[in-house]
Design a protein around this ligand. Structure first.
Ligand code: URA
Length: 423
């Protein structure tokens, strides 16, 4: 007979958990038989002792089996992308319609922001009328008709993760590679797509602060995908400075539309195309050139159909902030550093993010960057534009930004894509 105390003791003492122990404890926790305090102790033991590749794959499988898998009955190859989260990371918005316009089906079940990283659903909800909650039938129909869906995860998907994530959040056990990797992959594998591309971010604005930690997470994620028969590729990408020039909700949607219309910041375009190429390779469509499809306007047309299918008006004006505060460059020189974490926290304090799951976000809140690292700046010129509906939030945002900027000598541009890890 397996008991929670025996499983906790085994992991506490550094033992490897058996397949039976893992299947039992995850199932019993989901059903409320293993108590929250027992799972908290086990999560801490896993945090401190780790798990090997086989244990992580088995743990992921048990989390998938705690709910139902989405059955995607579509006649195109399915492929999805997941980002470990960053500041200004709106890549899903141009990427999903682009890859769909290239011939694949993209079921992108996304989340909301918590803390300094934004959430894709919060961004899209700044489009008047757009609806995040879809039924499985609506997801399947839209995938067949449009090729791309970005929506909220359905209730039955990996319920063990929903419970465990909330517990980890309050027991300081989030930053554990086995727990992060199994949490991400249980949801993504349950989503049912045949291929998965991961954007694993490294830097101040990411969960993993160093490229070494990010590489270890990327390898673990790819190993789990492979063990579960999902072809998985990970790109390791830079998150020391925000992606693009817009951080927030409506401002990020506007920037994504610029990209879909053939413009937009170079880094957003570069990462969108790099991820699209990897997704198309996994979908068996490597002969399609996403840069050509982007330039042709077909991806923009797919975006319009994707937004309309979910009740949104792609032509409607996006919300504008009631208050704009301009931060000026303090000196002449070259912007040598603009810290992603500080900008993310400032945008969050302006109202773009939420402190608790149930809080609303301000759709018009965010930050526009007038310069990126490597750009020349002149004292007194606008450097950042802070957008908010609540001007009383500006001092706290400025405090977050107090050490965010360095101006100095020209710096070599850092590569955006640090590495690619394949199965
Ligand atoms: N994202 C997830 O889905 N889970 C984690 O544990 C961390 C990031």
């Amino acid at each position: 007979m397996i008991t929670a105390v025996d499983v906790i003791r085994a992991k506490r003492d550094g033992e490897r958990l058996s397949d039976e122990q893992i299947a039992w404890v995850v199932d019993a926790y989901t059903r409320g038989i293993v108590a929250e305090e027992q799972m908290a102790a086990l999560a801490m033991a896993i945090f401190l002792r780790g798990m090997d590749a086989h244990e992580i794959a088995t743990w992921t499988g048990a989390m998938i089996d705690s709910g139902s898998r989405l059955q995607l009955d579509v006649d195109r190859p399915t492929v999805d992308k997941h980002s470990t989260g960053g500041v200004g990371d709106k890549i899903t918005l141009p990427l999903a319609p682009l890859v769909a316009a290239c011939g694949a089906a993209v079921p992108q079940l996304s989340g909301r922001g918590l803390g300094h990283t934004g959430g894709t659903l919060d961004k899209l909800e700044s489009i008047p009328g757009w609806r995040a909650a879809l039924s499985t039938e609506e997801i399947t129909r839209q995938l067949g008709e449009v090729g791309a869906v970005v929506c909220a995860a359905t209730e039955g998907l990996a319920p063990a993760d929903r419970k465990l994530y909330a517990l980890r959040d309050v027991t300081s056990t989030v930053e554990s590679i086995p727990l992060i990797a199994s949490s991400i992959m249980s949801k993504k594998i349950a989503e049912g797509s045949a291929g998965l591309v991961l954007d694993v971010k490294a830097g101040s604005g990411a969960f993993m602060k160093t490229p070494e930690q990010a590489r270890e997470l990327a390898r673990t994620l790819v190993e789990i995908g492979t063990a579960h028969g999902v072809e998985t590729t990970a790109l390791l990408t830079e998150m020391g400075t925000p992606l693009g020039r817009a951080v927030g909700n409506a401002v990020e949607v506007a920037e994504a539309v610029e990209v879909l219309q053939g413009g937009g910041p170079a880094d957003v375009v570069e990462l969108t195309l790099a991820l699209a190429r990897e997704m198309l390779a996994l979908a068996g469509l490597s002969d399609v050139d996403p840069a050509r499809v982007l330039a042709s306007g077909e991806a923009y047309e797919t975006w319009r159909r994707m937004i309309t299918a979910q009740g949104g008006d792609p032509e409607a004006a996006l919300p504008k902030p009631r208050h704009v505060h301009v931060v000026e460059a303090p000196a002449d020189g070259v912007l040598s550093r603009l810290d992603a974490y500080a900008v993310g926290v400032a945008a969050w304090r302006l109202g773009a993010g939420r402190a608790r799951k149930e809080d609303p976000v301000q759709h018009a809140a965010g930050i526009l960057l007038h310069a990126k690292p490597g750009d020349p700046v002149s004292a007194g010129e606008p450097l950042l534009e802070l957008h908010t509906d609540t001007p009383e939030a500006v001092p706290a945002a400025l405090e977050a930004l107090s050490d965010a900027v360095s101006i100095g000598d020209p710096v070599p541009r850092r590569p955006l894509i640090l590495d690619t890890i394949r199965s």
